[in-house]
Design a protein around this ligand. Structure first.
Ligand code: S3P
Length: 448
């Protein structure tokens, strides 16, 4: 998505129910990592179920520009033939990461571990996002980074001949920062350790182990987790089956919960306990969600689900320690809370301000314009639901943020009057078939 592209407004009108089998695309976090690690590993990695969203394609293109051979096949699978640790070659052009914070931050670490220079840029959303959180630990490892004022893109990384292993305590709960340090640590002699006080998604550590890298996790006396990666070992190609993304599944799930006469089935959904906070929260709100067939596939827990709209939701207080396990799901939880009876209180949301948009502000403004009774604090959102749909009948701004766009389209399936979003295009970053899938289930989404 370029910054100058023309916007495509979309409108969502009342649905009479959300019903049917609901296939969800592959997990975005796992897809990025599969391409990065497959592009580094010695041998051929086969990936099934890769998310073919714009963000993930940015990662594929970047890895290709540094020598990895990455192909898509007619049966939908992908293969990567990697270059080996230390084998990435300097990209000839600027790496345009589009809207993707995950591509940017993880690749800054991975590329920074190589003695090459790379320049990163992105769209109008990504160039506003903070990169100092990654620049700081990478600098300690000996990587030179020059950026715009305030650690913003565009920026250039220049890796030393040998990066230094460090021990780094994360100042923010961020899997992207943890991963950047670990990926740089792949090139360092010895042990690189990241300490996290709050558990964040662990796909980097799980998948590195799957590729044969020695990664150790240890509980410290203060309750933190120390994750150590031993560098300068080659990754061995390993096949990956990408499970369906629980962060994407969240949208049809909430659509089914807030529309009476709904029943959807979702299969092969990733149910890693560092990702499933939204589902725990919705069940506490009274949602009718039946989880079946819990199993492990490719080293990750997955399950099937049936979701219906037969129960009324009630407001709750979301425990603050649950925030990292549902960090991307607050926009759609805010929609569910708007339909619930009673007050839903969410706190510890400071990281929402630095996502693809300031999600706290965008949800507050959009929901208020739709007639929802709510308050916003520095890092809190309080929503007073009365169990009935809000008025809607307005146009909301989405600020190049896919999850804001999808959230308001879902709210439009129940609001009294249709809701229009200013731009549908950002949804391509994570959920390319969102509109067709939702319309197939009974939603009424169309160009405005
Ligand atoms: C991600 C980590 C999270 C999340 C993002 C994906 C990842 O970001 O919001 O969508 O794949 O590591 P932070 O690390 O900034 O919390």
């Amino acid at each position: 998505m370029s910054n100058n592209e023309i916007k495509t407004p979309f409108v969502s009108s009342k649905a009479s129910g959300i019903n049917g089998p609901t296939p969800i695309p592959g997990d975005k976090s796992i897809s990025h990592r599969a391409l990065m690690f497959g592009g580094l590993a010695i041998g051929e990695t086969k990936i099934e179920g890769l998310l073919e969203g714009e963000d993930v394609i940015r990662t594929a293109d970047a890895m290709r520009s540094m020598g990895a051979i990455i192909k898509k096949h007619d049966d939908g699978s992908w293969t990567c033939n990697g270059v080996g640790i230390g084998g990435l070659r300097e990209p000839e052009n600027v790496l345009d990461m589009g809207n993707s914070g995950t591509s940017t931050r993880l690749l800054m670490g991975l590329i920074g571990g190589h003695p090459i220079t790379a320049t990163f840029t992105g769209d109008a959303s990504l160039t506003k996002r903070p990169m100092n959180r990654v620049i700081k630990p990478l600098s300690q490892m000996g990587i030179e980074v020059s950026s715009r004022e305030g650690g913003k893109l565009p920026l250039t990384t220049k890796g030393p001949q040998t990066v230094q292993p460090i021990e780094y305590r994360l100042p923010v709960a961020s899997a992207q920062v943890k991963s950047a340090v670990m990926l740089s640590g792949l090139s360092a002699p010895g042990k690189t350790t990241v300490i996290e006080e709050k558990p964040t998604r662990d796909h980097t550590e799980n998948m590195l182990r799957h590729f044969g890298v020695r990664v150790e996790s240890e509980k410290l006396d203060d309750g933190s987790d120390a994750i150590s990666v031993y560098g300068q070992q080659d990754l061995k190609a390993a096949n990956i089956n990408v499970p369906s993304d629980p962060s994407s599944a969240a949208f049809p799930t909430v659509a089914a919960l807030i529309n009476e006469n709904s029943e959807i089935t979702l299969n092969n959904i990733l149910m890693n306990d560092r990702r499933n906070g939204l589902y725990t929260t919705l069940i506490e709100m009274g949602a009718d969600i039946t989880v079946t067939n819990e199993r492990t596939e490719g080293g990750e827990p997955v399950c099937d689900m049936v979701v219906t709209g037969k129960n009324k939701l009630k407001g709750i207080t979301v425990p603050e320690d649950r925030v990292p396990s549902m960090i991307d799901e607050f926009p759609i939880l805010a929609v569910a809370a708007s339909l619930a009876e009673g007050t839903t209180y969410m706190s510890g949301l400071e990281e929402l301000r630095v996502k693809e948009s300031d999600r706290l502000l965008m949800m507050y403004q959009g929901l208020k314009a739709c007639g929802v009774d709510l308050e916003m604090g520095e890092d809190t959102l309080t929503i007073h639901g009365n169990g009935t749909p809000p008025k809607g009948g307005t146009k909301v701004e989405t600020a190049l943020d896919h999850r804001i766009a999808m959230s308001f389209l879902i709210l439009g399936t129940v609001s009294e009057e249709p809701i229009t979003i200013d731009d549908v295009a950002p949804i391509q970053t994570s959920f390319p078939n969102f509109v067709d899938l939702l319309n197939g289930l009974g939603a009424d989404l169309k160009a405005a």
